[in-house]
Write a protein of this length. Structure first.
Length: 430
């Protein structure tokens, strides 16, 4: 049955290798079952329900990827967009989390249309490489400032805006300890380094009496507090134009880049031969809609899937194993609820550092490329908004290219995105 379903021999693999690859991928991405509830619960969402939604969305997305695309790619609610969901859309802009879920749902529908019509490929081809890299790096800085502030390493200061927090307090010290532990384990190529770091700090906080132990196993909690709670009607108002635009743009770049990168490592994109990229893109798109209905931010392909490919994963059986393990994780809700914010902050900080490596791909020798990229990176954390970073980047790119007589270098897709942001700020400043 597995041979017929996944064509293992055709891909030069076997069931044992695929199972090991699936376990490897799960271990490297399973930190999301602790981090995502911690972030989204800041909006008022029920933490236990978000935990269930996270596991189910990851399982469902991975199953779709396995059966539709037959690719070894794990799916789960993505980092960056969950922070945008919680801290910008709800925290800064003041919308309800139900409306934010509605925006995720609408972005998923748009995502499917863009994929089916080929516009997604047009957007990817048209957005400058420097801005694509800057988006990833800027989101990294956005995650970093969230991690540093929630852990107490940085605090608000009237004179200097931000300042160093109380480094005698246990939260900053444990965050730094967890960060260094994760970095060391990852440097030593230990599988599941991020997950190990989260669990070690959680256990240490319990031993020292800073946190209570609620147990490990139990029946899954109810998902009803978030299930089908999305407010689609509430999204159909002017202020949500930029919100949906950001969701779509980040989903387009992040998911497509991840899928292509992982597929290339697995030799699933042979030159001049048919491939299943279209199916993988469709699977990725449908998972977003399913996740919003369950009660979580955008579900996307995880770059950590590369670890499973490195372990030999070549087919959807790897993704199916990931899905099964996420379903099994539903029964560790008490442990997930026992994880303090300063145990997940090191994971956010470390992922932020990894995302900032994208800055090396920016063409710093060309001012018309470097300046918009720099503005994108800087404005995300300093305005506490991924949307503002994207707006400054795209608008400044068009202005600089036009002002220097290089207007022909601006792809129509870049003009479209820049114009949408100008309309958003000019007509709907709120």
């Amino acid at each position: 049955m597995l041979e017929q379903l996944f064509k293992l021999r055709e891909h030069g693999t076997d069931a044992r290798t695929e199972i090991i690859a699936g376990i490897t991928t799960f271990l490297t991405m399973s930190y999301i079952i602790f981090v995502n509830p911690d972030i989204l619960s800041k909006t008022g969402m029920d933490r236990s329900a978000v935990f269930v939604a996270t596991c189910l969305a990851a399982a469902l997305g991975s199953v779709i990827m396995a059966l539709v695309a037959n690719w070894p790619v794990g799916m789960a609610p993505g980092m960056g967009l969950n922070a945008f969901f919680a801290f910008t859309v709800v925290g800064v802009m003041g919308y309800s989390w139900q409306q934010a879920l509605g925006a995720v749902f609408i972005s998923g529908l748009i995502f499917i249309i863009l994929t089916a019509t080929g516009i997604r490929a047009w957007l990817i081809d048209g957005i400058p490489k420097s801005l694509r890299s800057a988006i990833a790096a800027g989101i990294g800085l956005f995650l970093a400032i969230i991690a540093l502030s929630t852990s107490g390493i940085i605090v608000a200061n009237e004179a200097t805006k931000v300042a160093l927090g109380d480094m005698h307090h246990h939260a900053p010290l444990m965050t730094l300890g967890g960060f260094f532990l994760i970095a060391i384990l990852d440097a030593l190529r230990v599988r599941g380094a991020i997950l190990i770091g989260i669990l070690v700090i959680t256990v240490l906080s319990m031993v020292l009496g800073y946190n209570d132990f609620a147990g490990v196993f139990s029946m899954p909690p109810s998902i009803l507090p978030t299930f089908m709670q999305l407010d689609v009607a509430g999204v159909l108002q002017t202020g949500f134009i930029s919100v949906i635009l950001v969701f779509v743009l980040v989903e387009v770049f992040d998911a497509t880049g991840t899928l292509v990168g992982v597929a290339k490592r697995a030799n699933l994109l042979p030159e001049g031969k048919p491939n299943r990229l279209g199916r993988a893109l469709f699977a990725d798109s449908t998972a977003i809609i399913a996740g919003s209905a369950l009660g979580t931010s955008s579900t996307t392909a995880f770059v950590e899937s590369a670890s499973g490919v490195q372990a030999g994963g070549r087919t959807g059986l790897t993704a199916l194993v990931v899905a099964i393990l996420f379903l099994a994780a539903l029964f560790i809700a008490p442990l997930a609820g026992s994880v303090p914010a300063y145990a997940t902050a090191p994971a956010l900080l470390y992922v932020a550092g990894l995302m900032m490596r994208e800055m090396t791909d920016i063409n710093w020798g060309d001012i018309t490329e470097a300046t918009p990229a720099a503005l994108t990176v800087l404005m995300m954390p300093f305005t506490y908004s991924i949307a503002n970073g994207l707006a400054f980047g795209f608008i400044s790119y068009v202005i600089l290219k036009t002002g220097t007589g290089r207007i022909r270098e601006v792809h129509p897709a870049t003009w479209v995105v820049a114009a949408l942001f100008v309309i958003r700020y000019a007509c709907f400043p709120g």
